[in-house]
Design a protein around this ligand. Sequence first.
Ligand code: M6R
Length: 615
Amino acid sequence: MCGIVGYLGPNPAFPILIEGLQRLEYRGYDSAGIATLEEGCLLRVEKKKGKVVDLTNHIGEHAPTGTIGIGHTRWATHGPPNDVNSHPHLGGQGKIALIHNGIIENYEAIKELLTHRGHKLVSDTDTEVLAHFIEEVRISSGLDLPDAVRVALKEVVGAYAIVVLDQDHPDRLIAARKSSPLVIGVGSNNEFYVGSDATPIVAYTKNVVYLEDEEVATMHRSGELKIRTIGDVVITPEIHAIEMEIASLEKGGYEHFMLKEIFEQPRSIQDSIRGRVRLQTGEIHMSGIDDHWDVWNKAGRILIIGCGTSWHAGLVAEYLFESLARIPVEVEYASEFRYRNPIIRPDDVVIAISQSGETADTLAAIRLAKEQGAHVFGVCNVVGSSIARETHAGAYTHAGPEIGVASTKAFTAQVAVLSTMAIHLGHKLGRLEDKAFMRLISGLSNVPGLVDRVLSKAEPLLHVATVFASADNALYLGRGYQFPVALEGALKLKEISYIHAEGYPAAEMKHGPIALIDQDMPVIFIATHDEVYDKVVSNIQEVKARGGRIFSIVTEGDKKVRALSDHVFEVPKIHEALAPLLTAIPMQLLSYHIALLRGCNVDQPRNLAKSVTVE
Ligand code: M6R
């Protein structure tokens, strides 16, 4: 949801801003813009509807040369994507330029006040209102800009990460945040970098300061970094070292990030269990659980919250925790959980799942659960993210940066971590016998190799994609552990290929969706060898009898389902609790190929953004 970048230092800001915007483009690609201070303290603003490449084409050869600047890539909330609504926005006198990620909820009231005072706003955005408001506060109070920002933000309701450039002070950059992420990179040469996350920063420095809610930072060309809360409390900046490598942000020879991330899964799954699952000694170590054993030991119920793909991983976890650890589980969309006055019992443990660690709904649900006394465990990918920092304990998924908007390796890493947790809890609580435990950890250790095998023989999926690429609808069906994978398969297809797709528990089909089946309807079954295999075979027969076009994901050597299906794809035999880690792979690749055949932008599907930091 909007990407923010800033630079202050001895070098020209423009190349740093553009490279940063390209790295952050996954957060929104409705428009892009920059503001720099040029020679003679002239504020130069360039902005354009479309992608970063449209902005650079627009600027052409006349690149700005200033050594301080800000940049923004937009995911539109208030006002359609056009040049005028693009960021940066100027204050009324055109002296400050501001970029913003978030939503100012009371912008209409502030706008009314400003209009009464003669301000003329040109865009439909809440951001322009904030720029004018800060300037109004500065002029009417005579405060210096950092104080004016502080005072203005006290009146603001909503979420913001902002960076402000001041024409009168070419030596400083001001940044602030509340409920939207903001990271400050501290370079070695009195340089500062600002980013919505560390991706635009890591090429220059590994030293970062995570700004906390309601903090205002003033970066100065002298190298001084001052942080104060909007209530004027002085904060000592805490520098953290980030481990991200620049290569992990490149396509590495692949045509798309999504394809690269799909093929990274043998390694990302390995990284997610590395050090935790110790096959040789027959142990699992998870400090997020072990160090809080008093909480887990008496857990009466687990509540799992997340959104989108992370919610699907939560559904897989429901099967895992209930079956392996015998703890009752409820899984809920974070966005619903927070608004339905949930009952949280003293012995509930909440697991919040999020790749980005910044999803606004998940973050709000966590805060609600904490207020009500719950112990909250985070399963996050992005190190240092808000969710990782706000939960009591957790486990990183260690999947590495995921740039493609459609989540792939983050999903399997989440499922791998949740599987590890369920097996660990089951064993530690005495509900999983040693033999079953060993079988499961040995199975889990084999997963990376098996995923590699799936990927190495994935070519036939291209043929299936060719057959299904012209479909308008698709149905994904699975049961038990494979039901959430069916949901995830359908989500992957619709988000990147724009084909309408539904995921259903296979047995539910006859309660409604079966009416949709005709010879034009692709039906994708996950029919691996597990407890419900024979039931799924019956469901496949029901579809076949009605002429549906059947593609099935089956276990290697399967004969029954093969005989009933138009196309099959085999995955290796594995414990049914771990099978989602294999069956998810052909789902991802099928969507990828279909989207490509339909000419869609796989990495940046329309209307979407990677990190949903607004409600
Ligand atoms: O970063 P999070 O895991 O919290 O994000 C949640 C969803 O926005 C995300 O999974 C979304 O559904 C993906 N685009 C799915 O591919």
